[in-house]
Ligand binder design. Structure first.
Ligand SMILES: *[C@@H]1O[C@H](CO)[C@@H](O)[C@H](O)[C@H]1NC(C)=O
Ligand SMILES: *[C@@H]1O[C@H](CO)[C@@H](O)[C@H](O)[C@H]1NC(C)=O
Ligand SMILES: *[C@@H]1O[C@H](CO)[C@@H](O)[C@H](O)[C@H]1NC(C)=O
Ligand SMILES: *[C@@H]1O[C@H](CO)[C@@H](O)[C@H](O)[C@H]1NC(C)=O
Ligand SMILES: *[C@@H]1O[C@H](CO)[C@@H](O)[C@H](O)[C@H]1NC(C)=O
Ligand SMILES: *[C@@H]1O[C@H](CO)[C@@H](O)[C@H](O)[C@H]1NC(C)=O
Ligand SMILES: *[C@@H]1O[C@H](CO)[C@@H](O)[C@H](O)[C@H]1NC(C)=O
Length: 168
């Protein structure tokens, strides 16, 4: 029976690592303020880190607002000519498929009242399969971990390592 706690933490470790690697983050524009005029979305975007496969989602009154994906000219000038996409459900989930800068604006004139947001999407970090083994083997090496552990839950996974190996 003495091995069962180890098996438990081993399972927890891999579950958390698998979970954090495969689940994309949903970035709700404006958080609890949603997609509305008079909000500085640059401040909101600066507070988030976007990765490929993450979602950006817009919540708003669909009778009043909408969402257009535009290029930099459209963003700078608040114009939707040649828009790359548009959404108007009031609860739009948009997958950020590529590492690039994306521009979204409201198409009914409220762009001039601040309803515009630009986000840079980072490439996914390298697959964790080889790194997780390296980090586990090197658990005491402090320098290697901060580079790899960019998401909080992943840090939790590493915190489980001493339990798994049986140090505690
Ligand atoms: C929004 O905030 C950013 C950074 O704090 C600032 O540079 C920018 O001028 C602000 N935009 C508006 C429209 O106030
Ligand atoms: C940035 O995030 C922190 C922590 O989640 C939060 O307390 C703060 O209000 C956020 N700032 C903005 C401008 O959204
Ligand atoms: C839109 O803004 C860009 C700057 O990003 C400018 O170079 C361009 O002339 C503007 N286009 C129009 C149609 O106003
Ligand atoms: C943005 O799209 C418009 C319309 O398709 C185009 O005229 C403009 O050159 C584009 N601007 C950039 C920076 O790609
Ligand atoms: C919105 O997107 C649809 C395709 O998804 C397109 O047919 C339509 O013309 C777009 N509307 C505007 C106003 O650009
Ligand atoms: C990402 O790809 C999916 C599926 O091809 C597509 O429906 C979606 O519009 C894409 N997202 C963007 C922002 O282009
Ligand atoms: C393990 O840590 C040592 C230094 O403590 C470092 O030189 C080595 O590159 C690390 N190995 C891996 C696979 O991270």
């Amino acid at each position: 029976m003495s091995t069962s706690p180890h098996l438990f933490y081993f399972t927890v470790f891999f579950f958390i690592f698998f979970f954090t690697h495969t689940s994309a983050t949903d970035h709700i524009v404006g958080a609890n303020k949603g997609w509305n005029p008079g909000i500085n979305y640059t401040d909101w975007a600066n507070n988030q880190t976007f990765y490929v496969t993450d979602l950006i989602s817009f919540r708003y009154q669909k009778t009043q607002y909408n969402v257009f994906m535009v290029n930099q000219s459209g963003y700078d000038n608040c114009t939707t000519e040649g828009a790359l996409g548009n959404w108007s459900s009031g609860k739009d989930f948009i997958t950020l498929n590529k590492s690039q800068r994306y521009y979204f604006i409201c198409g009914n004139g409220q762009c001039f009242s601040g309803m515009k947001v630009s986000v840079f999407v980072h490439p996914l970090p390298s697959p964790p399969s080889s790194k997780s083994a390296a980090v586990a083997a090197n658990a005491s090496s402090e320098s290697a971990t901060p580079l790899i552990l960019h998401k909080g839950l992943r840090a939790l996974a590493i915190a489980a390592v001493p339990f798994w190996i049986g140090w505690i």
